[in-house]
Design a protein around this ligand. Sequence first.
Ligand SMILES: [Zn+2]
Length: 217
Amino acid sequence: MALDEKLVESIVRSILDGPSGSQESAGGLPEIPVGVSARHIHLNRTHMDILFGPGSELTPIKELMGGQYAAQEQVTIIGPSLRPIEKVRVLGPLRKATQIEISRTDTFVLKVKPPVRPSGQIEGSAGLTIVGPKGVVRVDQGCIIANRHIHMSPADAQLYGVKDGDMVTCMAKGERETQWFGVQIRVDPSFTLEMHIDTDDANAVGFFGKPCVTIIK
Ligand SMILES: [Zn+2]
């Protein structure tokens, strides 16, 4: 009977803790929360004017880190397949260059071949057609698959022993536990600690509960 009680207690504890109950990595450093980026677009002023009307402004609906926000505005994107992807969220504020971030899975619908890049590096990337309520824009470049990256403050960088631009390897626990290589460290005082991955990476792992990773170098 005593044994059964112990067994029940251990089962209950394992359920309460969850399969990834640990809040610390092997090295004793806190796990890093993961944000999953769905496909989205950043617009420049010129394209905003064409897609949503001259002088139009974005309507923030959800604050993101570093002064960025998800806007109420959405667009449709179309590639050579002519199969559109609708309701692509616009992120604000406006930028110098329009940039569309999609997943590899999306490329099979659109029939485009974007490179995997850090945000902002769009030279020679894929083109796309963007449709808004007021007009249509064709860009020759700007479509990328965002690389895996971790945002952090200078203090976090010190804690984890990394610096801006470093490439690290992360362990992701889930239904299909895996390691991610080539994860770019991005350090800025405006950043809070968060890893950003796309929906393909997130879906592949199948995180248990709140997604998080550990840096294993
Ligand atoms: Zn990011």
